[in-house]
Design a protein around this ligand. Structure first.
Ligand SMILES: [Ca+2]
Ligand SMILES: [Ca+2]
Length: 74
């Protein structure tokens, strides 16, 4: 799969978890993403750490570019 295809599919994933369709993933949506999408149960602390890692600019929300960079570089 090339990077563009991966990105398009990722966009769908992102939109799916962006429940309120505001174009960003907040902590609540991030929690649902991990639990439903990755089947990962996380403690609040771990969740916070994971969120901070993805939220590169530290503005408290995950934008699509941040999400894509994290996902594709795992
Ligand atoms: Ca949202
Ligand atoms: Ca951010």
């Amino acid at each position: 799969m090339d990077r563009e295809t991966a990105r398009a599919e990722l966009r769908e994933t992102f939109d799916h978890f962006d429940k309120d369709d505001n174009g960003i993933i907040d902590r609540q949506e991030f929690r649902a993403l991990l639990q439903d999408g990755l089947n990962a149960e996380m403690e609040a602390e771990e969740l916070e750490m994971g969120f901070a890692i993805i939220d590169k600019d530290g503005n408290g929300t995950i934008e699509f570019d941040e999400f894509a960079a994290w996902w594709l570089d795992r």
